[in-house]
Ligand binder design. Sequence first.
Ligand SMILES: *Cc1c(COP(=O)(O)O)cnc(C)c1O
Length: 342
Amino acid sequence: MMLDDSKPSIDWDSLTFSFTETDRMYMSTCKKGEEWKSGVMQDYQELRISPAAGVINYGQGLFEGMKARRTEDGRVLLFRPEFNARRSAEGCRRLGMPPVSEEIFLSAVKKVVEENIRWLPPNGKGELYIRPLIFGSGAVLGVSPAPEYTFLIYAVPVGPYFKGGMNPISLKVSDEYHRAAPGGSGGVKAIGNYAPGMMPSQNAKSEGYAEIIYLDAVNHKYVEEVGAANFFCIKDNVIYTPELTGTILPGITRLSIIELGRSMGYEVHEEKIDIDFAMTADEAFCAGTAAVISPIGSIEHGGKITNYSNGGIGKITQELFVALTDIMNGRVEDKFGWTPEL
Ligand SMILES: *Cc1c(COP(=O)(O)O)cnc(C)c1O
């Protein structure tokens, strides 16, 4: 097909992380017990779905999130998309859905970027956020896997997460709410994991915090995540992040920071992080696709407040942010092979 490369009438400078309708979406369906076949690209449109669809009634579904970026010299880069493919396949198995093969997943992602390429902001203005969804679309009355599944991908242009540079965020530890329990679905981007976090997060925002920090549901003392991002802290030049125990989402940004940190000569520990230890760290930040790295300025827990890096951005946090975003934006040679070109 002819790719539409006319520019959309949007002001790239006013982009935020919010929804904008784009041109094209990918769509495929698969019956229970069968394998996914490659789907079709179609105009962006609303869905027709049974009121008895598994996803609406029982939350049988998951999402992924990734970005395409435009380099200064005009190339289009993805970032480790095969990890989104693998993570979605693991999630499908946990949620009783047929896993989408890496091959089908990756070719669908590429098509969605190609056919929405005019929505990919210019270098430095933002990214094209790619949102794959896999869900039970067939009708089912009892609590059991749906008879049919839909894999779809849409894409949305998003602006830089931090307008006017990175701002350290204030966080609050929740002693009241947990995100996930051992044996549950915390390690999967299951759609059902996110609504229960909205009220605690909104409450924290109304008190002036950017997000809440969840502790583990068994001991109520080990840091798990920051809203929907992974947690890191740095003490005496050692980088720490909670180990993956099944209750923490295995972030691709998290994995990349661990690998990058080690390649830069830092010691990186994946282990249980007691909140009391985190409160004594020198630097702290959270990591995820949306913001890449958000420096943490302060954490409140049980009436005590720790301020990190004198309200600024920690030295190692900054170093990791620059190194990672340089690779993501194609400003340096990608020695790791993390950024396949479209
Ligand atoms: C998506 C997500 C992350 C970050 O994962 P990335 O692959 O780095 O985007 C972390 N925690 C939760 C709960 C998430 O949903």
